[in-house]
Design a protein around this ligand. Structure first.
Ligand code: FAD
Length: 305
C-alpha cells in the first residue's frame, strides 16, 4: 500500500516540488546520488576504483519530452565517457542509460540513434553500456533497440526484471554468447496481468532466471541487495562452473556499501550503479518505495524541521 503511494508520488510534478523544496531532502539525495556534475561522477569512479569496485553511471533524467532534452542527455554521456577515458578509468566504469531519457517515448528511432552514438563513444573509450529497463509497456521496444545496437556492439547490455511473468523465457532467450544481462527484481508498479505481486513469487522467479543465465553462455550481472539471492548467485555460479570473473554482482550506490566491499574482498566482481545529475526525484522515490524504513526516516526528518 505504502509502496503504491510512493510510486504514484514518484510521477507527480506537485510532489516533486514539495519534496525538492524540503531542506532535509539534500542529505537523503547525497546518500543515494553521487552529485550533479561530470566532475563529481568521475571523482566517485576514482574513489570506487581505489576500493576495487567497478561502477556504472546513470545520468538521471526521465520523462524526456523534447529532442533538445534527449540531445542534452546524450551529450552528457559523451562528456562523461570522454572524461573517464582521459582519467584512465574506463576499464573500471561503464554507463547505464534509460532509453526514455533519449526520446523513446516520442521518437523511438531517434532514441536508437542516440544510444548508438553513446555505444560508439563507449567502445572508443574501451568500455560498455547497459540499457536500463523501465515499465512493462517499454520492454519490447527496449529489447528491440538493444538487439539492433548489439549488431554493431555485441557487448551492449540490458536489464531483465524478475517480477515480470515473461522474464524466465526472456532469460533463456538472451543467455547467448557475449550477451550481458543485468537481472533485477524490478522497481515499477506493474499490473497483476503481467507481473508477480508477492515477494516470494518475485524471488522464486529471480532464482529461475539466475539458473537460466548461469546455464547459458552470456555474462550474468546479478543486481540485488538481497542476501539470500546473493548466496544463491554464488552457489549457482559454482554449480555451472563459472569463475568469479564470469559474472558480476551489482548494487546501488549508498545501499549495503559494506556488503559491496565484502564481496569484492572475496574476489567477486562488484559493480556499483551510480546515479548523478540534478533530475534525482523519480530515482529517489523508487528507492524510498523499496524500503519503507527509508521513507519513515525521511518523513520523521521532515516533521522535525
Ligand atoms: P529487496 O527485496 O528490495 O531488498 C533486499 C534487502 O536489500 C533489503 O532487506 C535491505 O536489506 C536491502 N535494501 C534493498 N533496497 C534498499 C534500499 N532502497 N535502501 C536500503 N536498503 C535496501 N529496476 C528496474 O526496474 N530497472 C532497472 O533497470 C534497474 N536497474 C538496477 C540496477 C542495479 C545495479 C540495481 C541494484 C537495481 C536496479 N533496479 C532496477 C532496482 C531493482 O529492480 C530493485 O527495485 C532494487 O534493487 C531492490 O531489490 P533487491 O533485489 O535489492 O531486493
Amino acid at each position: 500500500m505504502l509502496r503504491s503511494v510512493i510510486l504514484a508520488a514518484a510521477r507527480s510534478k506537485k510532489m516533486e516540488r514539495v519534496v525538492g523544496a524540503a531542506p532535509v531532502t539534500r542529505s537523503l539525495v547525497k546518500r543515494f546520488v553521487a552529485g550533479e556534475t561530470t566532475a563529481e561522477a568521475v571523482a566517485v569512479a576514482r574513489e570506487l576504483a581505489s576500493q576495487g569496485l567497478l561502477a556504472t553511471f546513470d545520468y538521471l533524467g526521465e520523462d524526456t519530452t523534447s529532442p533538445e532534452q534527449a540531445d542534452a542527455t546524450r551529450d552528457e554521456y559523451l562528456r562523461l565517457l570522454a572524461a573517464l577515458k582521459a582519467e584512465g578509468l574506463s576499464h573500471m566504469a561503464e554507463v547505464s542509460l534509460k532509453l526514455s531519457a533519449l526520446g523513446q517515448m516520442f521518437d523511438e528511432e531517434s532514441s536508437y540513434a542516440r544510444a548508438h552514438e553513446i555505444a560508439t563513444a563507449a567502445a572508443d573509450a574501451g568500455t560498455t553500456v547497459t540499457a536500463d529497463m523501465e515499465d512493462h509497456t517499454t520492454t519490447d521496444s527496449t529489447l528491440g533497440i538493444v538487439e539492433r545496437i548489439r549488431r554493431d556492439f555485441p557487448e551492449f547490455g540490458t536489464v531483465l526484471q524478475s517480477y515480470l511473468r515473461r522474464t524466465e523465457d526472456d532469460s533463456k532467450a538472451l543467455a547467448y554468447k557475449d550477451s550481458r544481462i543485468r537481472l533485477c527484481k524490478g522497481a515499477y508498479k506493474e499490473p497483476e496481468t503481467v507481473a508477480f505481486q508477492r515477494k516470494i513469487d518475485i524471488d522464486r522467479s529471480y532464482v529461475r532466471c539466475v539458473n537460466a543465465l548461469m546455464a547459458g553462455e552470456g555474462y550474468p550481472m546479478l543486481a540485488t541487495h538481497d542476501p539470500r539471492l546473493v548466496e544463491i548467485g554464488i552457489d549457482r555460479a559454482r554449480w555451472y562452473d563459472r569463475e568469479p570473473q564470469d559474472f558480476e554482482f551489482q548494487m546501488l550506490y549508498g545501499i549495503r556499501p559494506q556488503e559491496q566491499l565484502r564481496l569484492a574482498g572475496e574476489g567477486y566482481r562488484v559493480r556499483v550503479y551510480v546515479p548523478y545529475g540534478d533530475q534525482w526525484y523519480g530515482y529517489l522515490m523508487r528507492r524510498m518505495a523499496e524500503r519503507p524504513a527509508n521513507m519513515m526516516f525521511f518523513a520523521r526528518s521532515l516533521a522535525t524541521k
